[in-house]
Design a protein around this ligand. Structure first.
Ligand SMILES: NC(=O)c1ccc[n+]([C@@H]2O[C@H](COP(=O)([O-])OP(=O)(O)OC[C@H]3O[C@@H](n4cnc5c(N)ncnc54)[C@H](OP(=O)(O)O)[C@@H]3O)[C@@H](O)[C@H]2O)c1
Length: 317
């Protein structure tokens, strides 16, 4: 399979536009997934041209980083790019309760823990998981700078920052990427964050591309869940049914383009000029193989606007 690569913002990192999301390796919010399936999915990803993995210390309190580390063990370093995050400082002495923390001391210490769990000498992209109000952005920037000088990280980015928070961070250091929630049903990032990122050359990693699986088109609208979807408003009652019927409108468009609904959704997400990568949460080799099939697929202007209309309009066609 052809290896499609995009430049991550202004960095020297060349990554696959589909990024393997590792939240599901944490074995918490998404139920338990056998480790062998996750390891097989990582190997399948590399086979089908995906070289970019997004993790976080918070996913299973380090478990997701450990599993990714085991999966990547023995694979030559230039074959993959690893991003991880820090902020949710969990406290063993308080029953692993978390407190937001982007302080210098915590980041420098926690980066070392992530490196150990991942089995790596360098993290390619180290992200602040969320803006943290108790720490001045100058202190966070200093931690990133020191970690770069020590060779422990290559680049720094952030996640869940709005434009003003990003602007404040940029005042004190480099931020090469931002990671917002963005998918065809949740498009708030388009209003201010995306234009800002395009103007500044900041790479955008869109998370929840499939809106927790809803945008795969696999649901009927009457399913029940025992994971984080159990209480999510988009998966309840009439709202769930309405979402499913709108997503079903994409099927003929996807089929006419030789794609599954999942692939059409990923391709249309990547078609926004601000989006560098679409992050897809993976539980199995099949998940990532299907997602990889969206790479290199163009989306026509007509289809792009039809897809947006299909997902938002009450009147159709
Ligand atoms: N920075 C942040 O705060 C933040 C927040 C959220 C996510 N993220 C990152 O973004 C990644 C992706 O987002 P996400 O995990 O929220 O959700 P997502 O990608 O929108 O949805 C993932 C879920 O969709 C289902 N799925 C995936 N591929 C599929 C396929 N080909 N066919 C059918 N079902 C499929 C799987 O669940 P089922 O099989 O159970 O349906 C999977 O758990 C995460 O893993 C993480 O790396 C970051």
């Amino acid at each position: 399979m052809a290896k499609e690569r995009v430049q991550l913002g202004n960095t020297a990192l060349m990554v696959s536009p589909v990024c393997f999301g590792c939240w599901q390796m944490g074995q918490t919010f998404w139920g338990t997934v056998p480790e062998e399936d996750l390891v097989a999915a990582v190997h399948k990803a590399l086979d089908v041209g995906i070289n970019f993995f997004d993790n976080a210390d918070a996913y299973g309190d380090g478990l997701a980083e450990e599993i990714l580390g085991r999966a990547l063990k023995g694979i030559s370093r230039e074959k993959f790019v690893v991003a991880t995050k820090a902020c949710h400082h969990w406290l063993p002495e308080r029953n692993n309760q978390r407190v937001p923390d982007l302080s210098y001391d915590y980041l420098v210490w926690e980066c070392e823990q992530s490196l150990r769990r991942l089995g790596l000498e360098t993290i390619d992209l180290y992200q602040a998981h969320a803006f943290e109000v108790f720490t001045h952005p100058e202190e966070t920037a200093r931690a990133f700078e020191v970690l770069k000088q020590q060779g422990k990280i290559r680049y720094a980015g952030c996640s869940n920052y709005n434009v003003e928070q990003l602007r404040a961070a940029l005042r004190f250091g480099r931020m090469d990427t931002v990671q917002p929630r963005y998918n065809l049903l949740c498009r708030e990032a388009e209003d201010e964050l995306f234009p800002f990122c395009m103007a500044e050359g900041i790479g955008v990693l869109a998370f929840s591309t499939l809106q927790y699986g809803l945008l795969t088109g696999k649901f009927q609208g009457d399913e029940t869940f025992d994971d984080l979807r159990k209480t999510h408003p988009m998966f309840q009652g009439e709202e769930f049914k309405k979402n499913v019927s709108r997503i079903n409108r994409l099927r003929p468009i996807a089929e006419a383009n030789g794609m599954t609904v999942t692939q059409q959704v990923i391709a249309a997400t990547l078609a926004h000029p601000a989006v560098t990568c679409a992050l897809v949460g993976v539980k199995s080799p099949k998940n990532i193989e299907e997602a990889a099939g969206a790479m290199g697929k163009s989306v026509s202007r007509w289809d792009y606007y039809q897809i947006r209309k299909a997902l938002t309009s009450d009147v159709w066609p």
